[in-house]
Write a protein that binds this ligand. Structure first.
Ligand code: KIV
Ligand code: ZN
Length: 584
C-alpha cells in the first residue's frame, strides 16, 4: 500500500489533497468561530510540567535532590499545580514523590499531579506513590490520533475509548490506596489531540466524563495537547473551540449538560513547539475558551520543547493582566534552571535571555535613551510603559536596559568611553573622549577587527593611566603646614626621575596637586598650568580607589590629559599630572 494513502491525510472534508511528501493540514469546519474576537483578561491556572515532561527530555534526568530543589523553585514562582512525575515509571520518580509527601514539602495550596497510563498495575503503583498527599491530580492519557491508532497501537477508535474508560475505572478502583482524606482529581489527555479528528476527541472525552462523573466541586480536567504541532496556531484555536462546543452539546447520562460552562470540566492546554508556535497556540487556545495551561520554564521539553510558561505569563503582564506568577528575579530563575537541568537559556530567549534587554544599534539606543530619560524626568514610575524597542520594563523582571556599543574602526569616541565605564567603572571627562577614542580607533583599524573590552582598557592604561616615562615619581611625602597662609598649607617633597635623571624637589601649595606642580618647576619638565581636574571613586568597600583626571596647559599652547589611580586621592592627582606630562 502507498504510504501516502496510509498516512492520516484529509482529516477534514475540505483538506486540499495532493500526492506529495507533505500536504496542507487542512482547515477546521468552523465558519462562525468566536475566538478571534475574544481577549485575554485573566491568568489561566498554570501547571508546571518541568518535573515530568521537561525532565523526561533531559539527556541526564534530574536526581531526586535536584527535583526537590526544582520543586521548591516552582513553588516560589507561584505554581499551584505541579506535575511531579510518572511515579510508576522508575525508582527516582517514585522516591521523589514519596519524599515530597513524607517530608511535608508540599504547601497546602499546591496540588501535585502524577502521570500514568490506563493499565491497572500502573494506576495501582501511582496511587501508592501519592498515598498521604493532600491534593492530587491523577493524569491519565492515551494517544488518539490516526497515526497512533494505526502504527503505535493497531487499535480502533472503539478500542481506544474502552482503554480510556478502563483507565478511569482503575483510578476509581484503586483510589482508596491513596488513603483517607486525599482529594483526587482526574485529568485526561487525548494525546496528539492536534493530530486527531476533533469529533473523535469529543467522543473519547465524553466517555471519560460519563465514567468519572465530574462535578463543579471536583471538576475533570480535559487537557488538549499539541503533542506535535501539525498546523498553524489558528487551526489549533479552531480545534479547541470546536472541541468545547462538541463537549457542551453532548448529553451525558450522569451529569448535567454544558459541563464546561458549569465548571464541572476544565479545558487545559498542553502545547509543544515543533513549528515554533507553542506560545501562539497557547494564547489562541486561551482565546478559544481554555482556562488552564501546562508548560515548562523556558520551554524545556521533548524535541523543540514544551510551551514556555515564562513567555506566556510575561506576555500577559505586558498587556496589563496579572499573570499571578513571580518572575521578578528572572536571572536567578535562569541560573537555577540551567544548573539543575543542564540546559541553556539562549541569549535571545524572550524575557530571560542574556541579550533581550540589550540594544546594539545606535538608532535603537538613541530612541530608548531619549524615551527612558523622558520617563525619568516625568517621575511617574507607574505611568504607562511606552518605551520604544522594550515591550516590558526590564526592572519588572529584575533586569536593566543595557546598551552595547561595538568598538571597532567605525565606532565613535563614545564607544570606548562606554566600555571603560560599563566594564571598568572609569568615567572619562568629556575633554578626554576624543584622544582616548582616537587611540582605540587606530588600534581597531590596525588589527582590522572589533576590540574586546580588555583591549580597550589596555590601550587606555598604556596611554594614560599611571604612566611612568619619561617622568616617574620615586617617592612622595606631603605635609600639612599648620598656621601658614591658607594658600600655601601643603608641603610636598618628592623624588622624581625625568629622562633618566633623578631630582629631589619640594614646594608648598594650596593642596597636594598645586604643591607637586610647584615642586616640578625645580626640574626641566615642560612648564604648565592645571586647566581642568576631575575625580571619582572606583570600586567598593575596602577596595575603593580614587581616579583623578588632570588637564595640563603647556606654555607652547598644547593641552594634555592624564589619569592617575591610587588608594590615596592626593596621590591619584599627582599621578594624573605625571601622566599628562608623559603625553607631551
Ligand atoms: O505532549 C503530550 O501529549 C503529553 C501528554 C502525556 C499529555 O505530554
Ligand atoms: Zn507533552
Amino acid at each position: 500500500m502507498d504510504v501516502l494513502i496510509r498516512l492520516p491525510r484529509a482529516r477534514f472534508a475540505d483538506t486540499i489533497r495532493c500526492m506529495a511528501k507533505y500536504e496542507p493540514f487542512g482547515v477546521i469546519p468552523l465558519s462562525d468561530r468566536q475566538w478571534p474576537s475574544h481577549s485575554l483578561t485573566k491568568a489561566p491556572v498554570w501547571c508546571s510540567v518541568d518535573l515530568r515532561d521537561g525532565n523526561q527530555a533531559l539527556r541526564a534526568p534530574m536526581s531526586v535532590e535536584q527535583k526537590l530543589e526544582f520543586f521548591d523553585l516552582l513553588v516560589r514562582i507561584g505554581f499551584k499545580e505541579i506535575e511531579v512525575g510518572f511515579p510508576a515509571s522508575n525508582d527516582t520518580e517514585y522516591t521523589f514523590v514519596r519524599r515530597l509527601i513524607d517530608e511535608g514539602r508540599i504547601p497546602d495550596d499546591v496540588t501535585i499531579q502524577v502521570l500514568s497510563q490506563a493499565r491497572g498495575h500502573l494506576v495501582k503503583q501511582t496511587m501508592q506513590a501519592v498515598a498521604g498527599a493532600k491534593n492530587v491530580i491523577f493524569h491519565l492519557y492515551n494517544a488518539i490520533s490516526p497515526v497512533h491508532r494505526e502504527f503505535t497501537f493497531g487499535k480502533s477508535k472503539d478500542e481506544l475509548v474502552a482503554l480510556a474508560v478502563e483507565g478511569v475505572k482503575n483510578i476509581q478502583q484503586y483510589a482508596s490506596l491513596a488513603g483517607e482524606g486525599v482529594t483526587i482529581r482526574l485529568e485526561y489527555s487525548p494525546e496528539d489531540f492536534s493530530g486527531a479528528e476533533t469529533d473523535f476527541a469529543v467522543d473519547i472525552c465524553s466517555a471519560v466524563i460519563d465514567a468519572w462523573e465530574p462535578t463543579p466541586s471536583n471538576p475533570l480536567i480535559l487537557n488538549l495537547p499539541t503533542t506535535v504541532e501539525h498546523a498553524m496556531a489558528n487551526v489549533y484555536a479552531d480545534q479547541v473551540e470546536l472541541f468545547i462546543r462538541g463537549i457542551e452539546s453532548r448529553a451525558f447520562s450522569s451529569i448535567e449538560s454544558a459541563p464546561v460552562k458549569r465548571g464541572a470540566v476544565i479545558i487545559s492546554l498542553h502545547n509543544h513547539n515543533d513549528r515554533g508556535t507553542g506560545v501562539a497556540c497557547c494564547e489562541l487556545g486561551l482565546l478559544a475558551g481554555a482556562t488552564r495551561v501546562e508548560g515548562t520554564l523556558f520551554g524545556n521539553g521533548e524535541r523543540t520543547g514544551n510551551l514556555d510558561i515564562v513567555t506566556v505569563a510575561l506576555n500577559m503582564k505586558t498587556q496589563g493582566v496579572d499573570p499571578c506568577l513571580d518572575f521578578s528575579h528572572i536571572i536567578d530563575i535562569v541560573s537555577a534552571y540551567t544548573r539543575l537541568t543542564g540546559m541553556a537559556v539562549p541569549p535571545r530567549q524572550p524575557y530571560g535571555g542574556e541579550l533581550v534587554f540589550t540594544a546594539f544599534s545606535g538608532s535603537h539606543q538613541d530612541a530608548i535613551r531619549k524615551a527612558l530619560s523622558a520617563r525619568t524626568h516625568a517621575n511617574k514610575p507607574d505611568a504607562r510603559w511606552d518605551i520604544p524597542y522594550l515591550p516590558i520594563d526590564p526592572r519588572d523582571v529584575g533586569r536593566q536596559y543595557q546598551e552595547i556599543i561595538r568598538v571597532n574602526a567605525q565606532s565613535g569616541k563614545g564607544g570606548a568611553a562606554w566600555v571603560l565605564e560599563q566594564e571598568y567603572g572609569i568615567l572619562l571627562p568629556k575633554g578626554m573622549l576624543a584622544s582616548v577614542g582616537a587611540a582605540v580607533k587606530k588600534q581597531a583599524d590596525y588589527r582590522q577587527r572589533e576590540l574586546e573590552p580588555s583591549e580597550v582598557f589596555a590601550i587606555f592604561k598604556a596611554g594614560w593611566l599611571n604612566t611612568s616615562s619619561p617622568l616617574s615619581v620615586l617617592d612622595l611625602a606631603e605635609t600639612h603646614v599648620d598656621g601658614s597662609d591658607a594658600s600655601d598649607n601643603v608641603l610636598c617633597r618628592a623624588g622624581v626621575l625625568w629622562q633618566g635623571e633623578k631630582y629631589a624637589i619640594g614646594a608648598k601649595g594650596n593642596g597636594p596637586l598645586a604643591a607637586f606642580a610647584a615642586a616640578l618647576e625645580q626640574t626641566p619638565v615642560p612648564r604648565f598650568t592645571i586647566s581642568a581636574f576631575h575625580e571619582h571613586a572606583i570600586g567598593e568597600g575596602s577596595d575603593t580607589e580614587a581616579m583623578a583626571y588632570v588637564e595640563l596647559s603647556f606654555t607652547d599652547g598644547s593641552r594634555h590629559w592624564g589619569c592617575g589611580r591610587s588608594t590615596n586621592i592626593g596621590r591619584a592627582g599627582v599621578y594624573a599630572i605625571v601622566s599628562a606630562i608623559n603625553r607631551v
